[in-house]
Every structure is written in structure tokens, then in C-alpha cells.
Design a protein around this ligand. Structure first.
Ligand code: HEC
Ligand code: HEC
Ligand code: HEC
Length: 480
């Protein structure tokens, strides 16, 4: 299945964003010019929805999949005993109740300001803004292997947006994943994370959204193929993997750890990219935050693993990276968007809290693989590195401080999946923060040569990643 290739596109957009300055309003529009095809990563839920075994009646504790146990640690989870049929009935009842909820009351400007901040932390704008479109007016295309979706308009327009929604309707959408018509939403909208957000915070986001410019833009959301286009098909996925429940602070931990957990696990939905999913679109607890593929990029390991994770980063290193993009590695691809659209707006206190929480995630060493014996392509890789890369990154992989990043001990180079090395070498990197641009090598190096260089830098200067890059990986990322 072929998806939109962002190679080049990303570079172009990022460069033109820099040129246009960091004015908030401008950069919103600027960023939305990036096609967020990475959301296709979540396509597994579609399969799960249709092919998951039907769940009947109450479940007992030992039939709860590990994913749910994970969520339970962080949320107060009311026991779900509804069968699919019960659920449909319940939805019908709720639907009738909704008709009677009254519109939202008056709002204070404090609440609106807080809501704006929280909406930033949740990065609502990235998905709900079309390429070059008005903020929050929807229409961004999300591709999946089974058709596509367009994000809905969430400006206050009464006919095409959420102007007619009450605060209760809005809470139900974010907390329960059920829209105003009472239909299950697809988890392409990350309500499986937003469910952990408090009622007060969701009300504040709602108050803020009521103040954004109202835009008339009718969006036909669902363009998925049959049978995935049937919302009923989400019942299987929800039964297996969706556990609603607001975050409950852990009294054994500090207030700032709890704040960090709330932001990372709820609003920030970091796991949506950084945790691998199983075939049915659920998370496995023991692999949480160990990294996952996103649109050809690899969202790196965020556990405290020393070489592939954040083990060697201090709380300040992480907070600075989230705020400015400067640090031990440079945010690339989808992560550059997250920093630009969301994280750079957060306070230092919140970013430090997130860093404190991330530092507490135990190291995962399962990704460390034994080095193989002597590799015949290594000499070839070394020669290519000296010809094409060492001029900037230096023969010893140490780079030049503040000018060219060092590749020794670099998380991008050491990741369990070498995808980002291919992405960078093929696509180059636009100038970001303190660094200049890195050129693309797509036309100078063939697939095998790039794989050889990748394996060389993964295993040199003390780097201990597996030399598992192959020419076919490069070929796949090169395809338009
Ligand atoms: C990763 C992309 C993504 C992010 C981030 C996201 N949304 Fe959504 N949202 C969607 C998609 C896709 C839908 C459509 C889901 C459906 O109809 O099944 C949706 C639906 C909605 C709806 C229902 C609208 C309707 O007319 O049915 C609301 C309200 C909403 N989102 C609000 C928000 C808010 C508020 C945030 C931030 C806290 C947010 N979304 C973040 C993708 C996203
Ligand atoms: C002209 C100088 C130059 C050359 C030649 C060059 N790079 Fe780079 N490289 C950079 C710069 C500058 C960055 C940081 C760009 C940024 O983040 O804005 C970078 C970043 C990277 C990164 C990402 C590191 C991170 O922390 O995010 C990798 C991996 C990388 N280069 C590998 C290579 C490889 C492999 C080659 C040879 C095929 C190469 N580079 C050739 C200048 C260069
Ligand atoms: C849209 C997908 C996506 C989301 C959401 C996302 N990330 Fe990332 N992240 C990535 C990708 C891809 C990379 C690897 C590319 C790079 O080096 O920047 C990355 C890299 C990182 C790194 C650098 C790790 C290293 O070893 O160099 C950190 C730290 C990080 N992310 C933290 C976060 C946090 C905290 C959140 C939640 C607030 C988050 N990310 C949300 C995709 C995402």
C-alpha cells in the first residue's frame, strides 16, 4: 500500500516555515501544510474493529489483555461489563439524553487562556487543520490502507462545526470517544489518551474552542472502504483496547511526576507514536515507549535505556529538547512537528515534569542485540563514510560542537530501527535551530551504499546497534 511520500515535502515546508518567522498564527498554517500521513500507523484499529472476536457479557480479570492493565495503572477504570448489544442500546439511551443537555454557560477569560494552553499540549490543531486551511476548520486528510478520513471542523460554526455542541457533548467526545450523534468515533482521534484528561481541563479546551474564528466548512469525514466505513465496526476495538477513565495521581510520587505523567499519557499522547502496537492495534505494556515506526520514521525509545533510550539524558536535556529542539539529537520528521506545534508552547515547569516522568520509565534492554561477527560490507561502509560524511561529522564520529551533530552515541543512529538514518541520508535535513542544513544523498548513493554506511555508523566509535540496515529498506523509503 502506497502512501504519500513526505521526503522533500517536509524539508520544503520546514524551510519555508523558518523563513516566515515564528509568529504563532503564521506557523499554524505553515505547519498544517505537512501531510500527516503518519496517522496511518493507527490503521490496525480498523482491522481489529472488524476481525476482533465478539465479546459477550462480563469479562473476568484474567481475560483482560495486558494493554488494559497498563491503562489501569494510570486511570481509575470503571468496570466495563457491556456486551456489544448492550453498548448499542446504551448509546441509544445516551443519545436521547443528549437532546436535553443545555448549552454551555458563560466562560471566564482565565478559563479560555487555560484552554488554549491545554489545546496546545494536546496538539489538536495539527490534525484539525487542513493543508493551508483555517485553524481548527478540519479537512486534513488521514490516509489508511483502507481508505481515508478527513478531520472534522471543530470551530464554533453552528452548522458545519461544533457550535451546536454542549460542554457535555464535548466531554463525551474526548472522554468516551462518542460523537454528538451518539456514534463511536474512530481512534484516529486519540481519545484513548484524552480520556485521562480531567473534566475541568476538557471544559477549558471547549471554552477556548468557542472563541476561535468560526469557519463554515462542511467536511464529509468518513471515506473508509467497506466494511471499515461502518462505525459499528469499532465495537470490537473498543471492547478490546479502550478503557476510559480519568488519570488518578499516584500519592507515592511527587506532584511534578504526576503532572508529567498526566501530560505525557493524556494530553500529549506521546505513546501514540512511541509505543509499538500489536497486530490488533493495542499496546503491550512491557514494550511501552520502546519505540515504533511512524510513516517510515522511527519514533525513538523513550525509556531510560542508556544507548537507545533517554538514559544518558538529564531532566534538563529532555526539557530543553522538547522546548527548543536542541539537544543530543535533532527532532526529525513527525517529532519536529510535535515540537513546533505543541511542545514549544509549554511552560518550563510542565516540560520538566514531563522529563521527570519519562526518566522514571525503566530501561528496556530487549532492543539491545548481540553484535554479529565480522561484516564483509564494513570496509565498504567505512570508505563511503569517509568520502561522503566525515567532512562534516568527522572521522571519529564526534562532529563539531554546535555545527555538526556527533554520530557517536547518537540516539537516531543507535535506534533499534535504522529507518531514520535512511530518511536523513535520502532526504537531507533543513536548517533547524543551531545547526545548518544537511544535504540529501539520494542521487549520489545507491540503496546498498546507504545501507553499508548506516551499518558502519551503527557499529563504530562505541556504537553498539545491530548492523541490520538493508538495501531493501532504503529502496522502500525511496519510492515516491
Ligand atoms: C491524531 C489526529 C487528531 C488529534 C491530535 C485530535 N483529533 Fe479530534 N478528531 C480526529 C479525527 C480523525 C476525528 C473524526 C473521528 C470520527 O468521526 O470517527 C476527530 C473528531 C473530533 C471531534 C468530533 C467532531 C464531530 O463533528 O464529530 C471533536 C469534538 C474533536 N475531534 C476534538 C478534538 C480536540 C479538542 C483535540 C485536542 C484535545 C483533538 N480533537 C485532537 C483526529 C484528531
Ligand atoms: C555538509 C555537512 C554534512 C554532511 C556531508 C553530512 N551531514 Fe549529516 N548532518 C549534518 C548536519 C548539519 C546535521 C544536523 C541538521 C539539523 O539538525 O538541522 C546532520 C544530521 C545527521 C543525522 C541526524 C542526527 C541527529 O542527531 O538528529 C544523521 C544520522 C546524519 N547526519 C548522518 C549523516 C550521514 C550518514 C552522512 C553521509 C552520507 C552525512 N550525515 C553527511 C551535516 C552533514
Ligand atoms: C507524531 C508522532 C510523534 C508523537 C505524537 C511524539 N513523538 Fe517524539 N519522536 C517521534 C519520532 C519519529 C522521533 C524520532 C525522530 C527524531 O529523532 O526526532 C521522536 C523523537 C523523540 C525524542 C528524541 C529521542 C532521542 O533519543 O533522540 C524525544 C525525547 C521525544 N520524541 C519525546 C516525545 C514526547 C515527550 C512526546 C509527547 C509529548 C512525543 N515525543 C510525541 C514521533 C513522535
Amino acid at each position: 500500500m502506497h502512501r504519500v511520500n513526505r521526503k522533500g515535502l517536509l524539508a520544503m515546508v520546514a524551510v519555508s516555515c523558518e523563513a516566515r518567522g515564528s509568529d504563532a498564527a503564521q506557523s499554524n498554517v505553515c505547519q498544517s501544510a505537512v501531510n500527516r500521513s503518519w496517522i496511518a500507523k493507527t490503521f490496525h484499529w480498523i482491522v481489529a474493529g472488524v476481525f476482533a472476536p465478539p465479546q459477550t457479557g462480563a469479562r473476568d480479570a484474567h481475560s483482560v489483555p495486558p494493554d488494559r492493565k497498563r491503562v489501569r495503572e494510570l486511570t481509575r477504570s470503571p468496570k466495563r461489563t457491556a456486551s456489544p448489544v448492550g453498548l448499542v442500546v446504551a448509546i441509544g439511551v445516551l443519545d436521547a439524553a443528549i437532546a436535553q443537555t443545555k448549552p454551555a454557560g458563560p466562560v471566564s477569560s482565565d478559563q479560555v487562556r487555560r484552554g488554549e494552553y491545554l489545546a496546545r499540549a494536546a496538539d489538536c490543531i495539527s490534525c484539525h487543520t487542513a493543508n493551508g486551511g483555517a485553524p481548527y476548520a478540519g479537512g486534513l486528510r488521514l490516509d489508511t490502507p483502507f481508505g481515508y478520513m478527513l478531520t472534522p471542523n471543530i470551530t464554533p460554526d453552528p452548522d458545519t462545526g461544533i457550535g451546536g455542541w454542549s460542554a457535555d457533548d464535548f466531554y463525551r467526545a474526548l472522554h468516551d470517544g462518542v460523537n454528538k450523534r451518539g456514534a463511536d468515533m474512530y481512534p484516529a482521534m486519540p481519545y484513548d489518551f484524552y480520556t485521562r484528561v480531567t473534566r475541568g481541563d476538557i471544559d477549558a479546551i471547549f471554552a477556548y474552542l468557542r472563541t476561535v474564528k468560526s469557519v463554515r466548512n462542511a467536511v464529509d469525514v468518513n471515506h473508509l472502504d467497506f466494511p471499515f466505513d461502518m462505525r459499528m465496526s469499532m465495537i470490537g476495538w473498543r471492547e478490546l483496547y479502550f478503557m476510559k477513565g480519568t488519570y488518578t495521581p499516584d500519592p507515592a510520587k511527587t506532584a511534578s511526576w504526576n503532572r508529567g505523567a498526566y501530560l505525557v499519557e493524556g494530553l500529549g499522547h506521546c505513546s501514540a507514536c512511541h509505543s509499538p502496537r500489536n497486530l490488533l492495534g493495542g499496546f503491550e505494556k512491557d514494550k511501552d515507549f520502546t519505540g515504533a515506526g511512524v510513516d517510515g520514521w522511527f519514533a525513538l525509545n523513550l525509556t531510560s535505556d542508556l544507548t537507545t533510550g533517554l538514559g544518558a539524558w538529564t531532566v534538563n536535556d529532555i526539557a530543553t529538547y522538547l522546548k527548543t529542539g536542541a539537544g543530543k539529537t535533532t527532532p526529525l520528521g513527525p517529532m519536529a512537528e510535535v515540537v513546533r506545534n505543541s511542545l514549544r508552547y509549554l511552560t518550563d515547569t510542565d516540560l520538566k515534569a514531563m522529563a521527570e516522568y519519562l526518566k522514571s520509565i525503566p530501561a528496556d534492554s530487549s532492543v539491545l542485540t548481540d553484535r554479529n561477527g565480522p561484516d564483509p560490507t564494513r570496509a565498504q561502509g567505512a570508505a563511503l563514510y569517509f568520502d561522503h560524511c566525515s567532512g562534516c561529522h568527522q572521522a571519529n564520529g564526534r562532529g563539531i560542537s554546535g555545527v555538526f551533530p556527533q554520530l557517536a552515541g547518537n540516539g537516531v543512529v543507535l535506534a533499534s530501527d535504522p529507518a531514520n538514518i535512511f530518511k536523513v541520508v535520502l532526504g537531507g535535513i533543513p536548517a533547524l535551530g543551531k545547526y545548518t542544513a544537511m544535504p540529501s544523498f539520494a542521487s549520489q548513493l545507491d540503496d546498498q551504499q546507504i545501507a553499508d554506511i548506516a551499518n558502519y555508523i551503527r557499529t563504530s566509535w562505541g556504537n553498539t546497534a545491530a548492523p541490520d540496515a538493508t538495501a531493501s529498506m532504503a529502496a522502500k523509503l525511496r519510492k515516491p
